[in-house]
Design a protein around this ligand. Structure first.
Ligand code: NAP
Length: 244
């Protein structure tokens, strides 16, 4: 029986690559998306092509009730999830003084409340199995702080705090909780900054290139392995040496 993975934000760059990688590793994958149904279906197609079972579910992670219902639907379709990847995210560049209440609340809702709602919905099932993996996609800005991205940095730092605290709480129950913290990864989110900014960022990366979604997906797959059972509460940075 294949293990079940739930990946949020799996219609997008990093989330899609994580989903596809997990499919190749033998998982059945619940492909969660916010608005982009077509892109989520494309992820499902890629998974099915590789022989994995997959299905797309619309789920705005900011909505507690929607999250609860989606997780119930996934469990009805695929059984108890072994792996949850909290990947859904948004970015926004603004001066701190320009951040509105709405910007602030939305940023925290997607990254922090989203991971909280998803994890809370999945956890009773993992606890019942006394087995499971939770992997949160953080960011180097959550580790170091990014200028003009204070709300994003705060949300990702919060996610790292949640990862560490929950890891301690769940370790006795056989569930690991880790974060993967990407640097600058070539996705729509990064490209939205413009070609010139991407080039300048690239120049600052010791490895000499932007990261790829596959670089992040490989780290997720590593933490999901049985052999990684002794790794918990950690932040695995995937940033080409940009932050050491
Ligand atoms: P992306 O291509 O913009 O994809 C973002 C994904 O999140 C999409 O699938 C989107 O789904 C989903 N999403 C956004 N709001 C949502 C909501 N309210 N409910 C459910 N899903 C929602 O971004 P990416 O670069 O792949 O980023 C993925 C993760 O990596 C994010 O958490 C991001 O913060 C983190 N990260 C990225 C970078 C980078 O350089 N790219 C660096 C560090 C960390 P829909 O389109 O279907 O709405």
């Amino acid at each position: 029986m294949p293990k079940t993975a739930i990946v949020t934000g799996a219609s997008g760059g990093i989330g899609r690559e994580i989903a596809v990688k997990l499919g190749c590793e033998g998982y059945s994958v619940a492909v969660l998306y916010g608005k982009s149904e077509d892109k989520a279906q494309k992820t499902v197609e890629l998974l099915e092509k590789s022989g994995a079972k997959a299905r797309a579910y619309a789920c705005d992670v900011r909505k507690s009730e929607q999250v609860k219902n989606t997780v119930a639907a996934v469990i009805a379709d695929f059984g108890t999830p072994y792996l949850l990847v909290n990947n859904a995210g948004i970015s926004e560049q603004k001066l701190f003084t320009d951040i509105t209440d709405e910007d602030w609340n939305n940023m925290l809702a997607v990254h922090l409340s989203g991971a909280f709602y998803m994890t809370r919905a999945v956890l009773p099932w993992m606890l019942h199995e006394k087995n499971g993996r939770i992997i949160n996609i953080a960011s180097m800005w959550g580790e170091t702080g990014g200028s003009c991205e204070v709300h994003y940095s705060a949300a990702k730092a919060g996610l790292i705090g949640m990862t560490r605290a929950l890891a301690k709480e769940l370790a006795p129950s056989g569930i690991t909780v880790n974060a993967v913290s990407p640097g600058a990864i070539a996705t729509d989110m990064m490209r939205a900054l413009g070609e010139e900014t991407c080039r300048l960022v690239e120049e600052e990366i010791p490895v000499g290139r932007l990261g790829t979604p596959a670089d992040v997906a490989n780290a997720v797959a590593f933490l999901a392995k049985d052999e990684s059972a002794y790794i918990t509460g950690q932040v695995l940075s995937v940033n080409g040496g940009m932050v050491i």
